[in-house]
Design a protein around this ligand. Structure first.
Ligand code: C5P
Length: 284
């Protein structure tokens, strides 16, 4: 038996950190949506008691550092699965970008193996398990538009945001998520208006949604990496209705209602950045 599954990237329409918790994580409020930029995973059960990863991209580990591997081990050990699996990953989502590529791959692995190994777990059960290996995997299991609270693992599904153009640009720099959170000064940040954003989504009012976007982690990543700030400014200068960094960065995205403007932004960034995409909000 073989399973093919898509693992979509996400963007943060908002990312707010409320306070630092005793366990070292930040209590967050994030509104996220999945987009039509996806990795593809193929899973095949094997009789060898082994987890084999075949990653069709460089610079991605094929061992236990990979969240896909960790997700497979988690299910295999917890449910004493005797079968093995071979997972082939076709990477399309930029790596270490703030787009949850690794978390989405892990979510797809949990879903796929639940089916392949006949475990019969619910989405809620998979989400609870996923928190053992990462905070963003639970959101990726649900997909669509959702509010994530706690350390990011408590998911409240929301109506999908209205369709629009999303232009993504990732500069070729790396940022470390723990490093960004560590440098966050909650006294100094401007918090996004999550309530307004949720109301905008409820009312399917795209202008309200655009106006209420915000990400507290920009205060760290944009200041330390001028290129990220330049991309954001360029997106706005070329007519984006809103522009924001996703997650801890470094990817910046512009939200645009009009196709012609989105195309203009896309073209203006292609000479500036290696990885530029033009996509839509998307849910399977
Ligand atoms: O959960 P995950 O492994 O994705 O988190 C990576 C790191 O990001 C954590 O170790 C922590 O330093 C930081 N983080 C945080 N608050 C969160 C989520 C992540 O401080 N809510």
């Amino acid at each position: 038996m073989k399973i093919n599954i898509k693992a979509p990237a996400k963007i943060n329409l908002s990312l707010d950190a409320l306070y630092k918790r005793e366990d070292g994580y930040h209590e967050v409020e994030m509104v996220m949506t999945t987009i039509d930029l996806s990795d593809r995973l193929t899973m095949e059960a094997t009789e060898q008691d082994e987890i084999l990863l075949d990653v069709k991209a460089h610079f991605i580990p094929d061992d236990k550092r990979n969240l896909i591997y960790q997700a497979a081990v988690l299910l295999k050990q917890r449910f004493e699965v005797k079968q093995g699996v071979r997972i082939v990953i076709d990477k399309q989502i930029p790596v270490s970008a703030g787009l949850a590529g690794g978390s989405s791959d892990a979510a797809a692995t949990l879903k796929g193996l639940n089916e392949l190994w006949g475990l019969g777990l619910s989405l809620d059960q998979l989400a609870e398990l996923s928190a053992e290996i990462g905070s963003d995997i639970a959101f990726c299991l649900y997909g669509g538009t959702a509010l994530a609270t706690g350390r990011g693992e408590i998911i409240t599904p929301l109506p999908m945001i209205p369709s629009c153009w999303i232009v993504l640009a990732k500069p070729s720099i790396s940022v470390s998520t723990p490093g960004v959170y560590k440098e966050l000064d909650l006294e100094k940040v401007e918090h996004p208006n999550t309530k307004r954003l949720l109301q905008g989504i409820e009312n399917q009012n795209i202008n309200e949604i655009f106006a209420a976007t915000g990400n507290v982690l920009e205060s760290v990543t944009l200041e330390k990496n001028p290129i990220v700030k330049q991309i954001k400014e360029r997106m706005l200068a070329f007519g984006a209705d809103a522009a924001l960094m996703s997650g801890s960065g470094p990817t910046v995205f512009g939200l645009v209602k009009q196709y012609s403007r989105a195309k203009r932004i896309y073209n203006s960034l292609r000479g500036f950045c290696e990885e530029v995409y033009m996509v839509h909000p998307w849910k399977e």
